[in-house]
Design a protein around this ligand. Structure first.
Ligand code: LLP
Length: 414
């Protein structure tokens, strides 16, 4: 495809140059239409049994996006007091928040207890702490189903080589601790990792978790975690994750469980990326074009502080080049590395990428699929304030949903 933004009318008739004139670069630009479409899709993953999708907000915690999730009727999972506070501020009632922390101190657990938020404990050690803080209470435990998956070893969160969850062989110890503190284990959850395009490892982990679930009595819910992938290679026409096929393969596994368990718990999943990744592009300005030892570099203001995924995981993000707000043709391509303005040689958005011939200073780089783990992983490295975020509403209105950070904001902390 020559241009994704053009094919889907991403800017809804707005000229991106007008948007950056008003809000500057780099800027995250979200599509409300895409956000709602993806959230509707995750809400339908299981239709035969009671089910809720929990949007995993670590992917993106912009308050307006949380309010969109609230209005779409999906629930959320949180990883920290910060995320729980944002969800409460967005208007989520406590019943619609699930706290799934890892190695937290008593203050964070106490915050969830004080606010009546269901919490999952990720180790026997944390379960013990929870029991001391909230004897007689109700909680969940995170199980490591022994299977992991993901786009990079840094995002595989189950299996024998990760820090997450409680191993199957320790389940008796869960019951001992629960008994000691009179805790009710209301639910079990897992998360095997992030970004798979084939559902097989996930389905295997679902089967494993459901087998393990038989050891727990009267579970109120079973949460299978997130990880559904999105097509990051859109310009090469990569297909979407096949949700329909996934649903068809998941259902018989649930049927078998419901029949043998004797009651039907609430099923949950925790998609982050799938809800938000495709709903954002970053627009950044090309400030330099240079040759270094025969290699061509295009230098932009989209540094690794703005989008860390390429430097951190070698992640691929498609890039379009816009001139006067219109995508350059991809008919004639040349090899180019696109980099940011950070003082690190790893500050590369795209290495040796085939991009349109003739990119010039003043063009806009438009980086696709940046809505998940984009802004939420931004930093102020090199003392660069974090970018602004704008939303293109369904009616095509452009709305600022987080102002750009300023140098004064950075100075306030001293
Ligand atoms: N549930 C739990 C407990 C998680 O730890 C995560 C993600 C999710 C759900 C949502 O996973 P998703 O559906 O978004 O794949 N920064 C990395 C991804 C790290 C994911 C961490 N946990 C990236 O940019 O690829």
């Amino acid at each position: 495809m020559n241009s994704y933004v053009e094919a889907v009318n991403y800017f809804k008739g707005n000229n991106p140059e007008d948007i950056v004139k008003q809000y500057g670069t780099p800027v995250y630009m979200y599509s409300e239409e895409k956000l709602r479409k993806q959230m509707k899709a995750v809400a339908q993953v299981i239709t035969k049994y009671p089910y809720t999708a929990n949007y995993s907000v670590k992917a993106n915690t912009n308050l307006e996006i949380l309010k969109i999730a609230l209005s779409e009727g999906i629930n959320c999972d949180a990883m920290s007091v910060g995320e729980m506070t944002l969800l409460l501020k967005a208007g989520f009632p406590k019943e619609r928040i699930f706290f799934v922390p890892n190695n937290v101190g008593v203050e964070e657990l106490q915050f969830a207890i004080d606010n009546g938020i269901m919490t999952s404990l990720d180790s026997l050690s944390q379960l013990e702490t929870y029991g001391e803080l909230n004897p007689g209470g109700k909680c969940a435990v995170r199980i490591n189903p022994g299977v992991g998956a993901g786009h990079h070893e840094k995002v595989v969160t189950a299996g024998k080589k990760t820090k997450f969850g409680i191993a199957e062989e320790d389940i008796d110890k869960i019951f001992e601790i629960a008994k000691k503190y009179n805790l009710t284990i209301a639910g079990i959850n897992q998360h095997i990792g992030s970004l798979f395009m084939q559902p097989d490892p996930y389905l295997q982990a679902v089967s494993n978790l459901l087998r393990i679930a038989h050891r727990f009595e009267n579970l109120e819910f079973i949460d299978f975690g997130g990880g559904y992938g999105i097509p990051y290679h859109k310009l090469d026409d990569e297909a979407e994750y096949d949700m329909e096929d996934f649903k068809k393969r998941l259902e018989p596994i649930l049927d078998e469980f419901v029949e043998s368990y004797g009651s039907t718990p609430l099923f949950k999943s925790e998609p982050g990326r799938y809800c938000v990744a495709e709903s954002s592009v970053i627009l950044g300005r090309v400030h330099a074009v240079k040759q270094n030892s025969g290699k061509k570099y295009v230098g932009t203001d989209i540094g690794m502080n703005v989008l860390v995924r390429p430097s951190m995981y070698d992640s691929w993000h498609d890039i379009e080049i816009l001139r006067d707000g219109k995508p350059l043709s991809r008919e004639n391509l040349e090899e180019i590395s696109v980099c940011g303005n950070i003082c690190e040689s790893g500050d590369l958005l795209a290495k040796d990428r085939q991009l349109p011939v003739g990119i010039e200073k003043g063009d806009l780089a438009c980086v696709l699929d940046t809505g998940a783990y984009g802004y939420s992983m931004c930093s102020t490295y090199n003392s660069r304030p974090r970018p602004a975020e704008v939303l293109i509403t369904e009616s095509g209105e452009v709305k600022l949903i987080r102002r750009r950070e300023t140098i004064e904001d950075l100075m306030k902390l001293f």
